[in-house]
Write a protein that binds this ligand. Structure first.
Ligand code: ZN
Length: 144
């Protein structure tokens, strides 16, 4: 388990989608992401504290989405790029999240591969650019 940092007040105005914020259940201590009204682990906890997630995790599972079968949010991108990988990542803090993987390594994606969340433009619609997080192999993040 990594160190957890409390969120400074000045960051609270930043929209949640631009950062990774989970909620720690005060009853069972597990971290929910995305935030829930009731803890998805103990099913009874409804009081939480915010925790900033590091964005680091490991690939738990992955799949390759072929163009055409993509969720609408990704369809434009799939149209441009063809197929692309989507990974289920187990974050350091425990939650598992699904997102697209960018810059996959030449040697291929593997279970247990270290990754880090990065914020990227996901798609543009009627002039509005949507951002969200994607994962990038940690070794490639370190190269930047
Ligand atoms: Zn709980």
């Amino acid at each position: 388990m990594g160190a957890h940092i409390s969120i400074p007040m000045y960051q609270r105005s930043i929209p949640q989608r631009y950062r990774l914020v989970g909620q720690r259940c005060l009853k069972c201590g597990r971290v929910n992401f995305p935030p829930k009204a009731v803890c998805k682990y103990c099913f009874t906890g409804s009081e939480f504290e915010e925790v900033a997630l590091s964005g680091r995790g490991v690939v738990y599972s992955y799949t390759i989405i072929a163009g055409g079968g993509a969720p609408s949010e990704f369809s434009e991108q799939a149209h441009c790029q063809g197929s692309y990988p989507v990974v289920l990542v187990e974050l350091e803090e425990g939650p598992r999240v699904i997102a697209q993987l960018v810059d996959p390594p030449e040697k291929g994606i593997y279970i247990g591969m270290p990754v880090k969340a990065v914020f990227r433009k996901i798609y543009e619609e009627e002039g509005v650019v949507r951002y969200g997080f994607k994962f990038r192999p940690l070794e490639r993040v370190a190269q930047q």
